[in-house]
Design a protein around this ligand. Structure first.
Ligand code: SF4
Length: 198
């Protein structure tokens, strides 16, 4: 994404990078978009309607000891060159803040690494924009009766997320061809399979 001619990274791009570092090379360096992108945008549009319905459930925030919230927070970080939209930013009674993200999925008892990193990036965006500590995040699984999963955000996780963002900028700025994913299974239905020599 380009803002005022500067490249910014989104949490979605970080997730693509974690799936396979070469995605970033093809998407940004060679400027080849994935066919799936459009499909996910359509899906997002559909989710927004559902989001409006579930968001009115104030009991969720009361349960989380939240005293204030901002919905649809569009946040940028000049330090990290990161930009993202958080479903809700919550202020707790103890003065800390937390991102809350709605997932239109069932809670299956496993928190995927990509989702975790996404929340850590939101935490970094909130800390820079609001100057408040963020040490947890919430995921609401709408299809499991709004199951709320609380996630601890440690300093170590924040440092790791910053390193990942830096690695992505290295690919974009130095223009180097990163190593392929170690999981060959991912290559089977990859959009870039025909041009990637993995
Ligand atoms: S073919 Fe495999 S290594 Fe190449 S971009 Fe796709 S997932 Fe990554």
């Amino acid at each position: 994404m380009i803002i005022e001619s500067k490249p910014f990274i989104t949490p979605s791009e970080v997730i693509e990078y974690l799936y396979c570092p070469r995605y970033i090379y093809f998407m940004n360096t060679l400027d080849i978009s994935q066919h799936e992108k459009r499909r996910s945008l359509v899906q997002k549009g559909r989710d927004i309607h559902e989001l409006k319905l579930v968001r009115n459930k104030d009991y969720l925030r009361k349960k989380l000891n939240c005293v204030e919230k901002q919905a649809d927070a569009y946040l940028t970080s000049e330090k990290l060159m990161l930009v993202g939209r958080v479903d809700e930013v919550l202020l707790h009674a103890d003065g800390t803040m937390a991102p809350l993200d709605y997932k239109f999925a069932f809670w299956e008892g496993t928190l995927y690494k990509t989702l975790y990193i996404q929340q850590v990036l939101y935490a970094l965006l909130i800390e820079e924009n609001y100057q408040k500590e963020v040490n947890r995040a919430y995921l609401v699984y709408v299809r499991s009766n709004n199951h709320v999963e609380e996630i601890t955000i440690s300093q170590k996780a924040k440092d790791k997320a910053k390193l990942i963002v830096q690695e992505i900028f290295d690919i974009i700025s130095i223009n180097y061809y990163p190593a392929p994913t170690k999981s060959k299974r991912k290559c089977e239905d990859c959009t870039y399979r025909n041009i990637c020599n993995s």
